[in-house]
Design a protein around this ligand. Structure first.
Ligand SMILES: NC(=O)c1ccc[n+]([C@@H]2O[C@H](COP(=O)([O-])OP(=O)(O)OC[C@H]3O[C@@H](n4cnc5c(N)ncnc54)[C@H](OP(=O)(O)O)[C@@H]3O)[C@@H](O)[C@H]2O)c1
Length: 215
C-alpha cells in the first residue's frame, strides 16, 4: 500500500493528503475543476504528490479516499475503483446536499449509498467525525496515553484491517463499529461526532447513539 488516491482535495482531502505524505505515501489528488487548479496544493505537498482527474486518482490509489460533498457521490468513478479499498469520509448536511429521502427516513446510511454506487469496491467509513484540521494535529504514537480514537465501519474485514493500519500510522486508535449499516452510530448529531475521544470513550458514545428519525 504505497499510493493514496484522493477524490476531493478540500478540507478533508487536503488534510489526508498532508498526513499521508508525512508518512511516506505517494498521493494523487483530484477535484471537480481539474488538476491545474490543484497546483498550489501539489507544490505544498512536494515530490510525493501529483494532481489528476478523479478517474486517474481512483486508478492510481491502493486506497482511495472519497472526500466530496455527499450530493455528488454519484460522480465518483466506478470502474477504476473495482476491487479497491475506498474510504468514505462523507456526511449528510441537507443544507448543502439537498434532501435525500432515504437518509431523512434513516432507511440507509451515507456509506451504504456509496457502497451501492461502487458495488465492486470495499467501502470503509472513516475520518467523518474528526474536524479536518485535527487530522494533522491530533495524531500520537501508538501506546500514547489518551490517544485519540476514530471509528470505522465496513463490510470487508481485510479492508477494515488496512484502514486500521493506515489510521495507526496517522496516529489514531480505531474502534470498529461493525458493518456499514451500523455507521449511523457516528453520523452527524451523534455523541461521538466531533469531540476528541479515546477508544473507551468512543465505544461509550457509539453505544449511546440514537436513531430517532428511523422510519
Ligand atoms: N471539513 C471537515 O472538517 C469534515 C470533517 C469530516 C467529514 N467531512 C465530510 O467530508 C466531505 C468533504 O468535506 P470537505 O470539508 O473536505 O469539503 P470541501 O472543503 O468543500 O472540499 C470538497 C472537495 O470535493 C471536490 N469535489 C466536489 N465535487 C466533486 C466531484 N463531483 N468530483 C470530484 N471532486 C469533487 C471539490 O473540488 P472543487 O473545489 O474543484 O469543486 C473539493 O476539492 C463532506 O461530505 C463533509 O461533510 C468534512
Amino acid at each position: 500500500m504505497s499510493t493514496i488516491g484522493l477524490i476531493g482535495a478540500g478540507h478533508i482531502g487536503g488534510q489526508v493528503a498532508r498526513r499521508a505524505v508525512e508518512h511516506g505515501y505517494d498521493v494523487v489528488i483530484s477535484n471537480s475543476r481539474g488538476p491545474e487548479t490543484l497546483a498550489d496544493l501539489v507544490a505544498e505537498l512536494g515530490a510525493r504528490a501529483r494532481a489528476a482527474t478523479p478517474a486517474e486518482a481512483a486508478a492510481a490509489g491502493d486506497i482511495v479516499v472519497v472526500a466530496i460533498p455527499l450530493k455528488n457521490y454519484r460522480d465518483v468513478p466506478v470502474a477504476p475503483l473495482a476491487g479497491k479499498i475506498v474510504i468514505d469520509t462523507n456526511n449528510y448536511y441537507p443544507g448543502r446536499d439537498g434532501q435525500i429521502p432515504e437518509l431523512d427516513n434513516e432507511s440507509t446510511t451515507t456509506s451504504e449509498l456509496l457502497q451501492a454506487h461502487l458495488p465492486s469496491s470495499r467501502v470503509v467509513k472513516a475520518f467523518n467525525h474528526i474536524y479536518a484540521s485535527q487530522i494533522t494535529t491530533d495524531g500520537r504514537p501508538a501506546g500514547s496515553a489518551d490517544r485519540r480514537a476514530l471509528a470505522i465501519a465496513g463490510d470487508d474485514a481485510a479492508a477494515k484491517n488496512a484502514v486500521t493500519h493506515l489510521l495507526d500510522e496517522f496516529g489514531f486508535d480505531t474502534v470498529d463499529i461493525g458493518p456499514l449499516s451500523e455507521s449511523w452510530r457516528i453520523q452527524r448529531d451523534t455523541p461521538g461526532y466531533g469531540p476528541r475521544r479515546n477508544a473507551a470513550q468512543l465505544r461509550e458514545d457509539l453505544a449511546a447513539a440514537k436513531r430517532p428519525g428511523r422510519r
